[in-house]
Design a protein around this ligand. Structure first.
Ligand SMILES: Nc1ncnc2c1ncn2[C@@H]1O[C@H](COP(=O)(O)OP(=O)(O)OP(=O)(O)O)[C@@H](O)[C@H]1O
Ligand SMILES: [Mg+2]
Length: 297
């Protein structure tokens, strides 16, 4: 299905810009499977993500969350099925995608300022290399920095910034090219509650204002629970897709983990408690709280 439609020009000599078709899915995985050697991470996955949709991707370590983002980024090849971004096969270097990789802190001595980092997200060919292009690029970078409220520290070296400041700039870098889909790999990791809120709210604002689809990998659903349209929960080759109310239930998670798991709702938050081996998968000794420390078991 074509996702770009050319609007007929109002006059003969001024063509209208090509606009994205806002109804077509931005991401489409059809009967998709991913295997490394004889290990199948997931298969038979059908997922269509609409513009502006916010999808949380959950699952234990090694369930294939990052690998799925890498399929969409054209860095991993599917072992079955197809992956499309805006109607075209997933490929490397796709300007339709903004990517916030799984967090690594910048090493001391990295000679890069915040503005330089954000500038790396600008597609160099988009505005050309002339004076006008350079000006436009500078304007875009400043706009992206302002959108994440990073004006005050954007000119500092990244290695002296706090984790929250670095993360805001990573989000700015991912958004500066105005992508149609934003892939975020655990963007809230090691952030305090205030920064978790700030980073998730600015991603939410963006998808509402620009219709950017969001695929958000996280181990903690509570900070984003009010924002999430659908959850993709991956466990050991099995998966479930649906609204948080449909997926985050004792019944569904017990089926996915293959053992008894309880999902409790405590003060509007979800607490997932397992027994036996699933405790390891959930990441804590007694259970896993998809939430803040206040209610951690
Ligand atoms: N290129 C590769 N070749 C072989 N195995 C790979 C490759 N990439 C990933 N894997 C394996 O696939 C599995 C899933 O990895 P992935 O990084 O997608 O997990 P994840 O769900 O993101 O986990 P985490 O929560 O720890 O980040 C892991 O066991 C990993 O070792
Ligand atoms: Mg990962």
């Amino acid at each position: 299905m074509p996702v770009h439609s050319v609007i007929p020009a109002a006059t003969d000599d001024i063509p209208e810009p090509v606009r994205p078709d806002t109804r077509a899915p931005v991401v489409r995985l059809s009967d998709a499977g991913l295997a490394f050697g004889d290990r199948t991470l997931w298969q038979g996955l059908d997922l269509e993500i609409q513009p502006g949709e916010f999808i949380a991707v959950l699952g234990p370590n090694g369930s294939g969350k990052t690998s799925m983002l890498k399929v969409l980024l054209g860095q991993n090849s599917l072992s079955g099925g197809t992956a499309e971004i805006a109607g075209k096969p997933a490929r490397a270097g796709n300007p339709d995608i903004g990517y916030v990789p799984q967090q690594k802190t910048f090493e001391a001595g990295v000679q890069l300022r915040g503005v330089d980092l954000v500038g790396l997200g600008v597609d160099g060919h988009r505005w050309g290399l002339g004076l006008r292009g350079r000006k436009e690029r500078k304007r875009k970078v400043a706009e992206a920095i302002a959108a994440v409220g990073a004006e005050k520290f954007a000119h500092s070296p990244v290695d002296v910034m706090s984790g929250g400041e670095q993360q805001r700039l990573r989000v700015a870098q991912a958004l500066v090219g105005d992508p149609r889909v934003l892939l975020c790999d655990e963007p809230l990791l090691s952030l305090d509650l205030a920064n978790q809120r700030l980073v998730s709210e600015l991603i939410d604002k963006r998808r509402r204002s620009h219709g950017t689809a969001v695929l958000f990998v996280t181990h903690e659903i509570n900070p984003i629970l009010p924002l999430v349209d659908r959850v993709l929960y991956l466990v050991d080759g099995k998966f479930e897709i649906g609204t948080p109310d449909e997926v985050m239930t004792s019944e569904v998670l017990s089926r996915l983990y293959g053992t008894e798991v309880d999902v409790l709702r405590v003060r509007g938050r979800l607490v997932v408690v397992g027994t036996g081996d699933v405790m390891d998968a959930l990441g804590t000794a007694g259970g896993h709280c998809h939430g803040d420390d206040e209610v951690r078991a």
